[in-house]
Design a protein around this ligand. Structure first.
Ligand code: SF4
Length: 147
């Protein structure tokens, strides 16, 4: 890709993501601890919305796609479908050991991930599970917010 073209794309992304971010959460096959930590980010204690970041129920309204859990063959099709339906540009964040690498499920016979083998990933938040503080810091930094 020509460097000027790349600079223009990055500039456009900065412009698009300057305002409030709407986040869609996709949980693959997991132990559900990462899901609980993601939802904990929205509680009054961690208050993700203070950064203008809120969870939405449709990928068609999202700026950010959070993906956690191991991605199996069935999840892969859903994930591709969601990615295709999302407005672009879209920031994708892989959460937890399972989202980043497949974690303890990576050797499973139905494993089809990790996430970045299926769709482009912009940020990785490791941990098993990562704490809400790490998830909030990762998403906020990706969007250029101060935590
Ligand atoms: S990373 Fe750990 S906590 Fe998160 S879904 Fe995988 S096994 Fe569960």
């Amino acid at each position: 890709m020509h460097s000027d073209y790349k600079t223009k794309i990055v500039g456009f992304k900065d412009f698009v993501f300057r305002k409030s971010l709407w986040v869609f959460h996709f949980g693959g096959a997991s132990c559900n601890n990462c899901d609980i930590e993601i939802l904990d980010c929205l509680t009054p204690r961690h208050d993700l919305e203070r950064f203008g970041i809120m969870l939405v129920g449709s990928i068609r309204h999202a700026d950010v796609l959070l993906v956690n859990g191991s991605i199996n063959m069935r999840d892969r099709d859903r994930l591709l479908e969601l990615y295709d339906q999302a407005p672009k540009p879209l920031l994708v964040v892989a959460i937890g050991a399972c989202g980043c690498t497949g974690g303890i499920f990576a050797e499973g016979i139905t494993f089809a991930g990790p996430v970045d083998k299926i769709i482009p990933v912009d940020a990785y938040i490791p941990g098993c599970p990562p704490k809400p503080e790490a998830i909030i810091a990762g998403v906020a930094r990706l969007a250029g917010r101060k935590t």
